[in-house]
Design a protein around this ligand. Structure first.
Ligand SMILES: [Cu+2]
Length: 489
């Protein structure tokens, strides 16, 4: 199918007004109508316990390798992994520390690690030019000079980022600091990392084989995994929990909520805590984004079961038309632990717009007109350009502040835009949702730009110099070339 025809048929532009609960329009399809359509999520039994990634501190050794895991009930599946678990270990650190990570590439292809959200020197942060060949090793030395937050890590070898992430090479990277510790937030058994990935299977085999159409829209899986397991449950007490949620899917956006009338108190986004909690009934989380959520199961009787769900958010886009469960919470005991939601969480100094030395606009709505192709000559573009490893697209001055504008006003596709090695603040969203949502009211490294939207962000570049990338975190788009280099001088 030609692209134009495909777009006409899918009418994805209509997504723009449909993302807030109050803006939700009545769908003309019922879910029953659409069962069996492509990428329809298949729900499981929620009868296997949620696995927890192991936690490592100060140093880690990661063996990128082919192994197997029981992602689906009763079936072993070949996956890629950083060790013996289906999800990479959570690397836990404190601001001011330096973390050493040894990567051993035991794959048959290049790989590397990008430390998503961490502000790191050029040679450590995982630019696609810096890959580790099959059979080789690399030592990452990561100085942690930023505030508490849930960051994460994944491969960034151009052309194979999506497949390696899809096959399982992901992990969380937690930074703690004194400001966060003072809050005494729920911790230990009450702090739960939730890493969400959608997967497609062909029989018992993981299947990553996007068609040309799927490179346009993103590759959607029918099974939703949490911490590497399809349809798990978590046994909880009737107290407060802190959920550290990461969307590590290649393209799927989730509109997360909890059933049973339980609200999500959003306390943080990509770059750590907000200034104050924001209470929502559901929230969009795009690929690459994280949310930090406090949930109160107090006042719910033992024996009650509720679900982490993704609610419908668009009737026009295939992935927005369905609501489905991701994880079951079984409230099974009472908790002696008491906690009161804090009124204030952290201090965030807003960047003064008057200090910006330049505004750059990035047109993310276009295609280069090529036929596209995964890792090929490219279709998705930024400012009409597809990624060239050796071309510097933008040059910025270390330590200066700029406003960058991502313009998807004329676009038809969903683009979560990510900038390496900085944290930014979101100034405006024009068109579409026309607002900044709860998780966007703090520091960010990835911002969802829906079709019909234009988003402005402001950031101060770090003092370290070098070449970094900005790109779409729909990983099919990224591998298709929707990425540029910027150099800090
Ligand atoms: Cu994109």
């Amino acid at each position: 199918m030609k692209r134009r025809e495909f777009l006409r048929r899918s009418s994805v532009k209509g997504i723009t007004a449909l993302t807030g609960a109050s803006l939700f329009l009545k769908a003309c399809h019922t879910e029953e109508d659409m069962i069996g359509e492509p990428n329809w999520v298949v729900q499981g039994l929620f009868d296997r316990p949620l696995p927890m990634p192991s936690v490592v501190k100060q140093s880690a050794t990661l063996h990128a390798q082919r192994t197997s895991g029981q992602l689906l009930k009763g079936k072993m599946t070949e996956i890629l992994s950083y060790g013996t678990e289906t999800i990479g270990p959570t690397i836990q650190s404190r601001m001011g520390e330096s973390i050493n990570v040894a990567l051993h590439n035991e794959l048959k292809e290049d790989t590397n690690i990008h430390w998503h959200g961490l502000i790191l020197p050029e040679d450590m942060e995982g630019h696609p030019k810096d890959v580790t060949a099959s059979g080789a090793s690399f030592r990452y030395s990561l100085p942690i000079n930023q505030r508490a937050g849930a960051y994460w890590y994944h491969p960034h070898a151009h052309g194979s980022t999506a497949s390696q992430v899809f096959m399982g090479l992901v992990g969380m990277f937690i930074v703690n600091d004194d400001e966060e510790t003072m809050l005494n937030l729920p911790s230990g058994d009450f702090e739960i990392p939730l890493i969400i990935q959608d997967k497609r299977f062909d029989g018992g085999r993981l299947d990553y084989s996007p068609t040309e159409e799927e490179i346009m829209t993103g590759y959607l899986g029918e099974q939703i995994l949490v911490n590497g397991l399809h349809a798990p449950f978590l046994s909880v007490a009737s107290g407060w929990y802190r959920l550290r949620i990461l969307n590590a899917s290649t393209a799927r956006v989730y509109n997360l909520g909890i059933t049973g009338g339980i609200h999500m108190n959003i306390i943080g986004g990509d770059g750590g805590l907000l200034t104050a909690p924001e209470t929502v009934s559901s929230i969009l989380v795009a690929p690459g984004e994280r949310i930090d959520v406090l949930v109160n199961f107090t006042d719910h009787p033992a024996g009650k079961e509720v679900y982490l769900v993704s609610n419908r958010f668009s009737e026009y886009n295939a992935q927005g038309r369905q609501s489905f469960n991701l994880l079951k919470f079984k409230i099974e005991r009472t908790s002696a632990h008491t906690f009161t939601l804090p009124q204030t969480l952290s201090h965030i100094k807003l960047i003064d717009q008057n200090t910006s030395v330049k505004t750059r606009t990035f047109d993310i709505s276009g295609m280069t007109g090529g036929e596209g192709g995964h890792g090929g000559s490219g279709g998705h573009s930024i400012n009409g350009k597809t990624f060239d490893m050796h071309r510097i697209d933008e040059t910025v001055q270390a330590g200066t502040t700029e406003i960058w504008e991502f313009d998807n006003m004329m676009g038809d596709e969903i683009h979560p835009m990510h900038i390496h090695s900085v944290q930014f603040q979101i100034l405006h969203r024009m068109g579409g949702r026309n607002q900044i949502i709860a998780s966007e009211k703090g520091w960010k490294d990835t911002v969802l730009v829906m079709p019909g939207e234009k988003v402005q962000v402001i950031m101060t570049f770090p003092e370290h110099k070098g070449v970094f990338v900005l790109h779409c975190h729909n990983l099919e788009h990224e591998d298709d070339g929707m990425m540029l280099n910027f150099r800090i001088v």
